[in-house]
Design a protein around this ligand. Structure first.
Ligand SMILES: CC(C)(COP(=O)(O)OP(=O)(O)OC[C@H]1O[C@@H](n2cnc3c(N)ncnc32)[C@H](O)[C@@H]1OP(=O)(O)O)[C@@H](O)C(=O)NCCC(=O)NCCS
Length: 194
């Protein structure tokens, strides 16, 4: 149930998902588009990559489960609670970019991403993240945040390149397979200079 507020919502409920989930173009021929059931194999395979599996502790176990996740993504769009995109180029899936933990009242959301090993090191994640941020700020979001382990230097670079400033270190904030990790908190505001 939505809470009763004495302040107006930053994004009025119902104003985000007025139509289908948008496709977002990004430089370098990238296109962020909704996940399709035919992506289930590549999505499942991504979690066999040691780096993705290391940093993303929630993992699907089968293509059927992946398709359930995709159905969940479609519901999240319709209920305005989250948005997940396949990052593609020329029809090929290169990665994932997602907006989670959406709070329309405060106009905030959290970012998650991965890029397949063969596509890394070419700026795919920062360009896709910048496209997501542009869309979200245009849709009325005020603040986007992301967390990564202090040991995940590649993710720190992505955040910084996309204008997500480091705000601090959350001590012992997340559990990974090798134990608890300190987490960097990054965020970008709609009002930040680009
Ligand atoms: C973090 C990640 C999304 C970066 O995506 P990307 O599209 O490769 O991003 P970039 O090309 O901007 O590279 C970012 C950094 O990765 C490192 N890098 C460069 N080439 C690389 C390669 N071939 N393989 C792995 N990392 C590489 C560099 O430190 C680079 O920073 P730099 O450009 O300042 O040198 C990707 O490495 C990934 O999916 N990692 C595993 C999952 C993960 O960490 N998700 C984020 C959880 S918070």
């Amino acid at each position: 149930m939505r809470r009763a507020l004495v302040t107006p919502p930053t994004i009025p409920a119902g104003s985000l998902a007025t139509g289908p989930q948008p496709e977002l173009p990004a430089p370098g021929g990238l296109l962020l588009r909704p996940w399709q059931d035919i992506d289930a194999g590549v999505f499942l395979g991504a979690y066999r990559d040691p780096a993705i599996s290391r940093w993303h502790t929630r993992q699907p176990e089968s293509e059927d489960e992946v398709r359930e996740w995709f159905a969940g993504y479609r519901r999240s769009w319709q209920t305005e609670t989250g948005v997940s995109w396949a990052v593609t180029r020329d029809g090929e899936v290169l990665g994932r970019m997602a907006l989670n933990s959406v709070d329309l009242d405060d106009g905030v959301g959290g970012i998650a991403y991965w890029v397949l090993p063969a596509a890394r090191g070419a700026g795919v994640a920062p360009r896709a993240l910048t496209a997501l941020a542009s869309w979200a700020f245009g849709a009325g979001f005020h603040r986007l945040h992301l967390n990564h382990s202090t040991h995940n230097e590649a993710s720190c670079r992505v955040a910084t390149k996309a204008g997500f400033r480091l705000e601090g270190t959350k001590r012992s904030d997340a559990v990974h397979a090798d134990g608890r990790h300190d987490m960097h908190l990054h965020a970008r505001l709609r009002t930040d200079p680009v």
